[in-house]
Structure formats: C-alpha cells, structure tokens
Design a protein around this ligand. Sequence first.
Ligand code: SAH
Length: 369
Amino acid sequence: MSEALNENGFPGKDRAELTGMTETELAAWGKERGLPAFRGKQIFQWIHRGADFPEMTNLPREMRETLSREAVAQPVQIALRRVSRLDGTVKFLYALTDGNCVEGVLMKYHYGFSLCISTQVGCRMGCKFCASTLDGCLRDLSAGEMLGEILAANRYLKESGAEESVSHVVLMGSGEPLDNYENVIRFLRLLREENGIRLSLRNVSLSTCGLVPKMRQLAEEDLPVTLCVSLHAPNDGIRKRTMPIANRYAMEEVLDACRYYVKKTGRRVIFEYALVDGVNSSPDQARELAGRLRGLQCHVNLIPLNTVKERNLKGVREDTVRRFLETLQAEGISATRRREMGDDIEGACGQLRRKTLREGSLPGAENPE
Ligand code: SAH
C-alpha cells in the first residue's frame, strides 16, 4: 500500500473517507463501484465497530485490498497516550491521515466513559487562557474524523479489557464546534444511524464560546444535545479582556440565544466559567453574574483555570472558588465546580499537542511512560 502514502508517510487525502458517510451514502458509493447493497451495510457496520479493511473478514480478500487502496475506514489513529496515575483519565494524541494531530481525553465516571473530542486542528477564536488557539486554526475536522476519534477510543477500551465503550461525548477539545458547523451537524447525525454506534444525543454536550447565529441555528436542528457556553465573565468589559469573540457578540445577545435554545429544546444550558485570579473571581462578580442569569434555565460549571505556560493568567485559590460558588448558590443559581481530572497528564485543551510538537516527538509508538 506504500503508493498511498504521502511524503510524510501518512495515507493521503486522495482516498475516500467512508467514516463520514451515512449508511445510505456508503451503499451508494459502493454501488458506483459495483458492490451489492448488502456489502455497503457490512462495511458500514464494521467501520462503526472500529474495524479497518483487513479485519472485515466477511468481505472477500480482493475486495478488502481494493477498498484499502481507494478508501479510508479509520481516519484517526492513536499516536500517543498517557494514563493519569491520579484518576485513570487517558489523554490521547490522535494522528490524522494528513499528518496533523489533535487531542482527546477519556474520563471514567460512575455513569460510563466520557470522551472529550476535538472539532478543529487548533482554533481561531483566540481566547487568552486557551492553549488550543495559540497557533490559530489549521483546518476543520471532517465528520468522519470526529466519529473516528470515538472509534479509536472504543478500540483502545476494548483492547484494554473494558466491558463498555464510550457512552458520553463532549465537544470540548480543540476547536470551536460552531465554527465548523456543517461537519459537526453531520457528525451528530451519524451518531444516530441505526447500524452505527447509536450514541444518544442526550449524552452529547457541545461547547461554544458563543457564536450567536449558529447557536440559534443549532436550536432549530432538532438534535437534543446539551449546549454549553463558555462565559467566563459577568459582563462584556471583563469578557472582552479574555475572549475576542465578546467584541463581536454582546453577552446579552449570547444570553438571548441561550433563552431561545432552552425554549426550542426544553434543555437547560450549561455555562462554563473559569476562575482567573484578579479578573473574574470576586464575590461581587459572582453576584453580578447571578443577576444576569436569573430566570434562565441554566447551570454554572466553575472550572479551575489550568495554567497555560504561554499565557500570563493565574488560577485562583481553593477558598476563592468556594466563595464564588457559595455566592452563586445563595443567589439561587444552580452551580457546581468541575472536578479536575488528569492534572498530571496535560489534561487541558491543546497542552499535550503543543508539548509534543515543541519537542518534535510525535512517534508511531505508543505510551511514552
Ligand atoms: N471552543 C469551545 C470548546 C472548546 S474549549 C468553547 O470555547 O467552549 C472547552 C472549555 O475549556 C471552554 O469552556 C474553554 O473556555 C475552556 N478552557 C480553555 N482553556 C482553558 C484553561 N486553560 N483552563 C480552564 N478552562 C479552559
């Protein structure tokens, strides 16, 4: 198959990516190549179980070889993984077929395995506290690549003897999902395919920095995902200090779009709020935030800031988190603090990728420990 590799040794983009196709589309693709409809179904099922062509044992060998030359079944491979000694959280560095890489985080909760996936290589939103955006956005991920991240994690779980596969997905890795809208919507629809992984959209959370028109569009899609909004400030003045998107959409427009989302979907919105020392973490600011959110069906998730070396922003002390949380709750706002997971494995967005690229050590080998 070496002719299919580009100069970097990665399979080129000239092959069809079957992972992003619905079963109907895959069957049509096969039909053009003379494959009977039942083959399309078989291939679809194999792909969603994480298999690559050589493993598709109910297909004739010649067919598998032709398919390997013409198409990609698994566009995402685990290039590197780190397992937290603190809580078993697994951080993946995923290799894509063009040599780019993105990150994912697999967390075990009492309700199952939750996977944090990336939607773009990098990000162009420019939030001051975020490592994913430091080099801008290199490209969007395709729907098949987003699904491929889950399939790769499922293969890992199976190989490591876990009995369950990924049951919850959060779109909170690198990238702004609503800046890659069409591919994200296609990806969400793939999760519901009858012969696919059938992950309930109620177990999917999509996080945005607040692209107002796209938030409203999402509300119209009839896709019952949980909308998470990165707020990180009680007012526009403070929001503009860390989030460039605040210059485009006022916080009130973001909150209006949230109200619309609640109205259309009946689902509460989650606000993410990373506490930054000296910026947004005083009790007065908690009260101001509560005032803005009053009456909105929502929940606030307080996130301790992960310090990013390249940025001069500091997290807050534990008692500051507690005071902020208690103030919100006293004001009648539902709020919790997010558990920190994988603190020893560069768990925060974009950090492992940056470190690996900086050290020039993206290997084919797994597990650097
Ligand atoms: N672009 C989307 C999703 C990706 S980021 C968004 O902005 O929501 C997922 C969450 O992690 C966001 O709330 C983001 O603001 C937050 N985040 C980014 N860098 C962080 C850091 N260093 N510490 C804590 N949270 C961070």
